[in-house]
Ligand binder design. Structure first.
Ligand SMILES: [Cu+2]
Length: 168
């Protein structure tokens, strides 16, 4: 039974290592609109992340893209109002607060590149691993999925061998 426990622990470890990259998709990040600055002003996120600006000050503020991609319009002070925008494409996005730009109330959202490709690869890998590595015939999958499946199958064979030796 102890071997089975180890196999279960190992499977959990594989999933723990591979899953976070997939979960990074659809992240949510909050930026506070203070008087008169953004906190945090400069953030780096993965593609697919939704950034929500929260009015945390007494003065009216906006979050306004220099490229015209988004504009919250004026959010009154003390209103706890929010504005959200989802960043899909890698790049650097500068924005400002209309009434306080000259006071330095500006910010940048940096979206990291090509994270979606590795995230989907990891998602495939963890799905393959949790399917108990029975489908090694699927040679078309990404190498990381095959590696995860082989690791899982290897640990299974190993624990079976150890279990047999323990019984004889
Ligand atoms: Cu402002």
């Amino acid at each position: 039974m102890k071997r089975l426990l180890w196999l279960a622990v190992f499977s959990m470890l594989v999933l723990t290592v591979l899953a976070p990259a997939a979960w990074a998709q659809g992240d949510e990040v909050t930026v506070n609109m203070e008087d008169n600055f953004f906190d945090q002003a400069n953030i780096t996120v993965a593609p697919g992340t939704t950034v929500t600006w929260v009015q945390s000050g007494e003065n009216p503020h906006t979050t306004t893209s220099y490229d015209g991609l988004w504009d919250s319009g004026m959010i009154e002070g003390g209103s706890d109002g929010t504005f959200s925008f989802t960043f899909e494409e890698p790049g650097t996005y500068d924005y400002y607060c209309i009434p306080h730009e000259e006071m330095g109330m500006v910010g940048t959202v940096t979206v990291t590149g090509s994270a979606s490709a590795s995230a989907s690869a990891s998602a495939t890998a963890s799905a393959t691993a949790s399917a108990a590595a029975g489908t090694l015939a699927d040679t078309g999958g990404p190498p990381i999925a095959l590696a995860a499946a082989l690791l899982l199958a290897g640990s299974g064979i190993l624990s079976f061998a150890v279990l047999r030796r323990g019984l004889s």
